[in-house]
Design a protein. Structure first.
Lengths: 205, 287
């Protein structure tokens, strides 16, 4: 049986700020791009926004839902899709196919297979590829001068989302890196910092 | 002075401040959707004052009329009207004074605006509460019509007449209201049953109620989107409205196919945030 953990007013304030930052990014942060990146970034920040609102309404217990793993796959996949279609236009279609097939694979292996290993392997591959793109692409572009230095912040946000994903995944497999209470204690702050680095990184590129 | 403060504390719960505030927000958004800047301080104050008094007045009159059934429901039995802390005569007087001042002020600002405000009050108190609420679960449709009047009134005041955007904004609120009230009637199913008030869950069952919520959520999202497009909302704001609508639809379909008390509660809460956020977007767009 999972233990109930109460959300503090500070947690709620941090989540509200996360929601507002995500809303800002959807409204003004991605204007002027072509259709596919706009759609991809809108989905990424939209999922972040709705997830933040649901956490705000329901509290930490919502993280115990099995659907969290599926939903949390959408954010890195759509963010990386946006980055690839912006910076590697020739890989736009293959990566779009990868994102769609990868997401479908996560849903199918989580919903219909009895194997314990297969869903974990599929999730690790999908998250790994998407996470590496979000982490490395902005940092490499910032270092090589193809984008302004501030763009590296998006990579740092990518690292943080990977950390959040790892913490939650290991918690769900029953081998937590940190205790459930500790993860939930740092979760709203981590979510806010992650969103803030994305928003700042996109604004400063 | 102490007496006034004490009376205010006693009367305030009778006005359902949060609900009246949300409906007032729709009225202000309706006004500003006609590209009327908020800097028309006199008009904004008049709109806010007249609408709030009318909405609060109709709410107080509803409490006066429903005090017997409120006393049977755990959720409402501590209200001043059902607990007996304010006498029925005093509640009736308060409701009438607020309503007359609110509607009178609205008519003085603009006759057509006043007529729409009066229609909202009439549908809410007479058609919904007095006539239909205890007879049929479909009474909530008329409750919904009255809930849609503030946004229409605001638009009418800003524009000087009716247009398709005003009607669509009103439809958005009308279709949103079942999302809000039907989740509520499922959550407090036993309360309503004990009071003998027919609801969708008690008349048609929970599955039908959930399907109705899903359909009304889709219609609310479509209507709000169409109205926002008609207003000429910028793409960025439209994207955000789309995201918020997607969240509403996701929850509505989740309670249809994977029902649970938790999702039911989250839809109830999310629906309020959705409407408030949609209204804020309409206002920010004009600023």
């Amino acid at each position: 049986m999972t233990r109930f953990m109460k959300m503090t007013p500070i947690d709620r304030m941090l989540l509200l700020l996360t929601v507002l930052l995500a809303a800002y990014q959807i409204v003004v942060g991605i204007d002027g791009l072509s259709a596919l990146p706009i759609i991809a970034y809108t989905i990424a920040f939209g999922v972040l926004l709705v997830a933040g609102l649901l956490l705000f309404i329901l509290g930490f217990d919502v993280l115990d839902s099995p659907i969290v793993v599926i939903i949390s796959t959408i954010i890195p996949l759509s963010l990386s899709l946006g980055l690839v279609s912006e910076y590697f236009a020739s890989y736009r279609t293959p990566y779009l196919l990868f994102a769609i097939i990868g997401f479908a694979a996560v849903i199918i292996t989580r919903s219909f297979t009895t194997s314990e290993k297969l869903p974990v392997i599929v999730l690790a591959i999908i998250h790994g590829i998407a996470g590496l793109i979000i982490f490395l692409l902005p940092i490499i572009f910032a270092i090589s001068g193809k984008a302004k230095p501030g763009f590296a912040l998006v990579g740092i946000g990518g690292g943080l989302i990977g950390l959040v994903g790892l913490l939650l995944s290991f918690l769900k497999t029953g081998k937590p890196i940190l205790s459930r209470e500790r993860i939930f204690k740092i979760f709203p702050g981590l979510l806010l910092v992650m969103t803030a680095t994305y928003v700042a990184g996109f604004a400063l590129r | 002075m102490k007496t006034i403060v004490a009376k205010f504390r006693l009367y305030w719960p009778l006005t359902k401040g949060l609900q009246s505030g949300l409906l007032l927000a729709t009225g202000v958004a309706g006004y500003m959707s006609a590209r009327c800047p908020i800097f028309h301080i006199g008009t904004i104050l008049g709109l806010s004052g007249s609408l709030f008094l009318s909405i609060a007045g109709s709410t107080v009159l509803n409490m006066w009329w429903d005090r017997d059934i409120d006393a049977k429901m755990r959720r409402t039995q501590k209200r001043p009207s059902s607990a007996g802390t304010v006498s029925p005569e005093e509640i009736l007087r308060l409701g009438l004074v607020l309503s007359v001042i609110g509607v009178g002020w609205a008519v003085a600002i603009d006759a057509l605006y006043g007529l729409v405000v009066f229609a909202g009050l009439f549908f809410d108190v007479v058609i919904y509460s007095m006539w239909l609420k205890r007879r049929t679960c479909w009474g909530i449709v008329w409750g919904g019509v009255s809930g849609a009047m503030p946004i229409l009134a605001g638009r009418v005041l800003g524009l000087g007449g009716f247009d398709w955007i005003g009607i669509t904004l009103a439809l958005g609120v009308l279709f949103w209201i079942p999302t809000h009230t039907l989740t509520f009637s499922m959550k407090f199913f036993d309360d309503y049953k004990a009071a003998g008030v027919p609801t969708f869950p008690s008349t048609y069952g929970f599955a039908f109620t959930r399907t109705t919520i899903a359909i009304s959520s889709v219609l609310a999202a479509v209507a709000m989107g169409a109205a926002a497009f008609g207003i000429g909302m910028a793409w960025g704001f439209l994207r955000l409205l789309g995201v918020l609508s997607a969240g509403l639809l996701m929850l509505a379909f989740t309670i249809t196919f994977r029902p649970s008390d938790r999702v039911n509660f989250s839809l109830f809460k999310y629906a309020s945030i959705y409407m408030l956020a949609a209204m804020i977007l309409v206002v920010i767009e004009v600023l």
